[in-house]
Ligand binder design. Structure first.
Ligand SMILES: [Mg+2]
Length: 292
């Protein structure tokens, strides 16, 4: 098996070592990264951005803590709607995690890729809680969407890069490996104050099934635009999906890692949640801890 060595460039290392996003992106140290972006942009026609933790930044909460917040909001809304009692938070949270895993496992394979979709996740979840679809599907969907939106903010740095690309007449697209559809992602982007007028199209694996990890969505983008991969520049936080897979497919790419200090806090948040859920008897849940 071939061994790959990943060597971070200076900018990538500086972002990774920064205490948070802003202390790097709002400092003078960002200029070499902007210069690199402009050099690559000049050679390309399409400028592509990952969405989560690139265009829209998440905070220091783990995915598991976010789902716990969603479960709490769902319980609150169900009570406010006078719909009687729903299962306790721990049960709703476990159901959310298990429903995502089920939706993913049961998704029909497309070119070797699978993807869970939000609609199926919520349907599985409500069924597993033995609740009727009316009104609980809508209650969970709205609770999760609202919590998701409240825990995201737009990256001013990426907005500047988008403006630069638009000013140079480049086509700007977003490409996300995510269970939310392109239209849901568009609502979140707009909710964070980023104008959709600048964005030609959003590709989400919830719609395409083929994803960035496999590299197949990059082929799809090339096909849709009739473009050579080398004429696309992609930026994102995932080393595997946004950088290695993009480079393997022949795209130009820039890796924008999440600062290690934020990942550590997310890992702490994940462990705290697992402790709360498990107590003395650890509960096995199919949700990966944030990787450092
Ligand atoms: Mg991302």
């Amino acid at each position: 098996m071939a061994t790959e060595t990943i060597i971070y460039g200076r900018e990538e290392r500086e972002i990774y070592e920064a205490p948070d996003f802003d202390s790097y992106y709002r400092s003078d140290r960002v200029q070499p990264l902007v210069d690199r972006f402009e050099t690559l942009l000049a050679r390309t026609d399409i400028c592509s951005f990952d969405v989560f933790d690139t265009v829209l930044l998440r905070d220091e909460r783990s995915e598991l803590e976010r789902f716990a917040d969603v479960a709490a909001e769902f319980i609150r809304r169900a009570a406010a709607a006078g719909e009687g009692s729903v299962p306790e938070l721990r049960t709703c949270l476990s159901a959310r995690v298990l429903a995502a895993s089920t939706a993913y496992q049961m998704s029909p394979e497309v070119q070797g890729c699978r993807e869970g979709r939000f609609e199926e996740i919520v349907r599985n979840l409500v069924a597993s809680l033995s609740l009727p679809e009316e009104p609980y599907l809508a209650l969970w969907r709205e609770a999760e969407f609202e919590i998701e939106a409240s825990q995201l903010r737009g990256s001013a740095f990426i907005e500047n890069l988008i403006d630069l690309a638009v000013a140079r007449d480049k086509t700007v697209i977003f490409v996300s490996d995510m269970y939310l559809s392109a239209s849901d992602i568009a609502r979140l982007v707009e909710g964070c104050g980023i104008s959709l007028e600048k964005i030609a199209r959003i590709f989400s694996s919830a719609d395409t099934v083929v994803n960035k990890r496999s590299g197949l969505v990059y082929d799809l983008v090339c096909g849709e635009y009739g473009t050579e991969p080398g004429r696309i520049l992609h930026l994102g936080d995932s080393l595997e999906g946004d950088f290695i897979a993009a480079k393997r497919r022949g795209l130009e790419a820039i890796h924008l890692p999440i600062p290690k200090a934020i990942l550590r806090k997310r890992l702490d948040s994940h462990r705290r949640m697992m402790d709360r859920l498990g107590g003395d008897a650890a509960l096995p849940l199919p949700i990966a801890p944030p990787a450092l």
